[in-house]
Ligand binder design. Sequence first.
Ligand code: GDP
Length: 516
Amino acid sequence: GFLAEADDADATTPRAPVVAVMGHVDHGKTSLLDALRTTDVAAAEAGGITQHIGAYQVRLKDGQRVTFLDTPGHAAFSAMRARGANVTDIVILVVAADDGVMPQTVEAIQHAKAAGAPLIVAVNKIDKPDANPQKVVNELLQHEVIAESLGGDTQVIEVSAKARTNLDGLLDAILLQAEVMDLRANPDRSAEGVVIEAKLDKGRGPVGTVLVKRGTLRRGDIVVAGSAWGKVRALLDERNAQLEEAGPAMPVEILGLDEPPSPGEVFAVVDSEARARELTEYRHRVKREKTQAAGGAVSLADMMAKLQTKKVNELPVVIKADVQGSAEAIVGSLDKMGNDEVRARTVYSGAGGITESDVNLAKSAGAPILGFNVRASKQARDLAEREGVEIRYYSIIYDLLDDMKGVLSGMLAPLQRETFLGNAQVLQVFDITKVGKVAGCRVTEGVVRKGARVRIVRDDVVVLELGVLNTLKRFKDEVNEVPSGQECGMQFQGFQDIKEGDYIECFTVEEVKRTL
Ligand code: GDP
């Protein structure tokens, strides 16, 4: 995901870490985010007047920077992860020293683990007379979060958001963790990033808060964010100051989009308005088709389709069983089941009925839930239905394993083996009444064949999958095949934007079934 892109060969310049704050309700997430905001060297001068934009960056005395996602709670974090936008480098787990580890603390630990983000524990409310940080450390141990003081690798920092105690210590811990992670990005390229928040503002129109991940975003850039696009009219920071540009790990509000983009959506700068229109039109259509097809469901079938196209070879699963022993047995057998190509990955396993928290976790990991001798609560069932998370129930371990073996076998690549047939270049496009677009082409390589699959390649980029080639003509005659060097006519429905110079790639797809 996005984290991995930090390893790009061109990612040479150190960047600020992106930090999310999570924890149980009332443990002080909001207070801590507010307190940390004031550690910025310029915060005092600006009089502390800030507007909420979903993320902010603090600049420290030594010039180092830290970006905080100002969206406390797990919902925003999961929403972004569910869309595959893993923007968080480090998770600050806030635990109140007078209350200790609570259900949402455990949930936050699971979320961070599923995202592969290292944790730093902020033991908050240390000013309280009944604060007991040692108890917090011990409780965390039961959830495999092992403090440095106990020989583990998790930094535990005692703070008070209210008394503003040891905020420097927390910042130092973040910077240390960031240094270990060696976070880098390339500022000298066109900008890419993620939408953190968006709204429709009465005066200013659609406003999106974006976090730049790579490159530098500038005023006047043409930006595509999901199905929204526009020319960036203004860049604003959380003090409402106009910026000329924003580099990696910098959060900014942007004005100028044609509609509010969805949080978690990826944005990128493109080189022309025409390209932006082309992309957004295509995405609008995909969005419509997706909504019609599945309502955004996370079913095993969807997962498999996604895994095949993305060539990811892991099937994430959440396992709930009646007792810990059976959960462990299932996880153990699933671990052994796969091979180098495919395997199941247990994002979470536990004993007890299926809860709403399990469903949220499954949703954010894109995983189905496998229940062994357990059932989902009514609330969990309703949530799973709404979120489109699949729950499968089993009462025999062998059945569960057999079923998963079938699913994993179905994921073995390549299920669809593509064979290249040929390329044709578009020489001229005719718009014929009642018929639609007809492309006059010359076959430049191999053959083109009626009934084969086709896609459009423009400047070596696949811009559209067209489906099957239904009409292939040479002069007035319908033909089955046209070889290299000859000219032909091809007709397409549904794609209005075919252009001279485009290549039409012709290929066949063969279904190959395999089993583990
Ligand atoms: P959130 O639900 O995690 O965002 O928690 P809040 O930031 O809203 O804090 C919950 C309550 O705890 C509020 O009444 C805060 O004033 C209080 N609180 C937060 N941090 C501290 C702290 O360090 N010390 C004390 N004594 N109270 C705190």
